[in-house]
Design a protein around this ligand. Structure first.
Ligand SMILES: C[S@@+](CC[C@H](N)C(=O)[O-])C[C@H]1O[C@@H](n2cnc3c(N)ncnc32)[C@H](O)[C@@H]1O
Length: 260
């Protein structure tokens, strides 16, 4: 049984691991380790094509290559903006000089694996992508505001190959409540197209904090035959109000539930 007076927590050996997420000083179990084991369990040694939305310091690509996974391609998408419209300014960097520095070091890591890092937002990248291009694994971890997080899920879910998986980061992370809400709405609306879902949670400690918090990875496998529910991502990208969107959800819910 755990000790009642268990703070400050004991930092584990994992704090020295190369897998540790840059903003954390403690993770249990490791964030990248957990992500990698979800992917390994699902794909085994099958060759996989990966897309990561939101790359930051390119820690995940290193962890993925440092495994038994058979990666055929690994594309990253991140705008590294650092301007006022960037939700990460003030948290990950203070201005575009700093974000540019992070871009250059992450690009060097992608270059090492001969893989492309696209300096674009998820929406910009999607516009450049041929309609039939799909991935076995898509990790959604970009802009964590409600509208963009829901757009990402509602868009990228339909770019998963048969038997593939979309992993969404930061569900139930108290720092990112809008992601939690977006995941809930994504499931509500796209349930008829989801074959299987799963989750894994980790506990972590951010620099400057004494008490750990938690986050949950949620992952989805699409059905082999999917019915496109495209209007959601279109509506989101056209700036249709969220109130209107929620009303549409409500009206459509009974019909969606009847879909085979
Ligand atoms: C939480 S970090 C990603 C962490 C990374 N996936 C990892 O596991 O180490 C979020 C990243 O999303 C990027 N980002 C912000 N807005 C974005 C957008 N619209 N599209 C894609 N990425 C975005 C940020 O620049 C930031 O680097």
């Amino acid at each position: 049984m755990d000790d009642l007076w268990n703070l400050p927590i004991k930092l584990l050996d994992i704090s020295k691991s190369e897998d540790l997420y840059p903003n954390h000083i403690y993770e249990k179990p490791g964030r990248y380790q957990t992500m990698r084991s979800i992917v390994a369990k699902h794909f085994g040694t099958r060759p996989i094509k990966i897309l990561e939305i939101g790359v930051f310091r390119a820690g995940l690509i290193k962890a993925m290559y440092n495994s038994e996974l058979k990666i055929t391609t690994y594309e990253g998408v991140d705008p590294y903006m650092g301007n006022e419209s960037d939700p990460y300014t003030g948290a990950y960097w203070n201005d575009s000089n700093e974000s540019n520095g992070v871009y250059l070091s992450s690009k060097a890591i992608f270059d090492k694996y001969s893989q492309p890092l696209h300096r674009k937002t998820s929406t910009e990248f999607h516009k450049t992508l041929p309609g039939h291009d799909k991935y076995d694994l898509i990790v959604v971890d970009g802009d964590h505001t409600y509208r963009q997080a829901l757009w990402d899920m509602a868009t990228w879910f339909y770019r998963i190959e048969k038997g593939g998986m979309m992993i969404v980061d930061d569900y139930a992370n108290s720092d990112t409540p809008q992601v939690t809400k977006a995941v809930t709405d994504f499931i509500r609306l796209h349930r008829p197209n989801i074959k299987r879902m799963g989750y894994r949670s980790i506990e972590f400690l951010n620099r400057g904090k004494e008490i750990p918090t938690a986050l949950t990875f949620v992952y989805f496998e699409p059905k082999d035959e999917i019915k496109r529910i495209e209007f959601v991502s279109e509506a989101l990208s056209k700036n249709i109000s969220l109130r209107l969107l929620r009303r549409v959800f409500k009206v459509l819910k009974p019909f969606l539930e009847k879909l085979p």
